[in-house]
Design a protein around this ligand. Sequence first.
Ligand code: PEP
Ligand code: MN
Length: 364
Amino acid sequence: MEATIAATSMKEVTNNAWKKRPLIISGPCSAETEEQVLATATQLAKTGKVDVMRAGIWKPRTRPGSFEGIGTKGLAWLQKAREITKIPWAVEVATAKQVEDALHFDIDVLWIGARTTVNPFSVQEVADALKGVDVPVLIKNPINPDLELWQGAVERVAKAGIKNIGLIHRGFSSYGNTEYRNAPMWHLAIEMKRRFPDMMLINDPSHISGRRDILLDVAQKAIDLDYDGLIIESHVDPDNAWSDAKQQITPARLAEMLDAIHWRKEDVDNKELHDNMEKLRQQINQLDDELMQVLSQRMKVAEKIGQYKKENNITILQTNRWNAILERAYAKGEKLGLSKEFVTKYFDAIHMESINHQNKIMNS
Ligand code: PEP
Ligand code: MN
């Protein structure tokens, strides 16, 4: 009887947490020992800033041999921590058995990890195990930048009858060393938000950064982009964590970080501000129209060149000319305050469109 009452009130706590903005989720990458779970949880609770705790119980590791999670016995530690802190727990699930075990231990929130979202068979297995269950589910983006897979996972879980679904943006993996462990590719998360405007979108700066020194920058960017919350890995002894040691922070550091973030509002009630913004937005619209006109003219000129190339049977791509265009653009861009990264993307897009226009001419 006591357990049922506790379960009911935790449902309420979880439902309230789900609606809170910003929603803050934190806890260790992995549950390692009972002491580590209890110490991390009590320190997190003491900050008063954490709405939901997280811990990996089953860890999908890219290669075998590293710590693959403590398994089901760790769920009892989470329960114990919850009795002390009254804060709900979230756990990653990747199989029907894991869903079953997590629910058996009254885990409050489930999440689907990046390595699961990529696999429709696995997502469907998890979704089937969730039929008839009332539990919120967070869905991480797939490890590869494929929005259809992310959307597909949302649809599978929704079809299973889950009402509370949220999105976690944890970045996308790529080959080789980059600034990030997983490139954020913010535009993909923005597109996902456009497709699911009412769905909670949470940022995971820990797995995007892979290290501590840029966590705050990534988190701030997410808040500037109107994300609904953050999921950040924390550990009582980050350097000695059994997984993801480089990116975890202490509960005290988490509290500092959350204090350092400039929290933004989506809008404010101020007529003068709105009028001023409106005027500037009109200017932006005008400039966008002009840009489109100029781009269209540019394509018409490219088509004329395409005609000459066709008549003389020469290739569309002429590498020397393309290099010359880029060099000019970089030099000009630098003077005009446009980043090299932007100029590259912009000219790549223009170049591809130009090639497509010439291709049509060549093959007509
Ligand atoms: C995690 O949250 O610890 C995790 C394994 O993340 P991801 O699925 O984003 O790699
Ligand atoms: Mn992790």
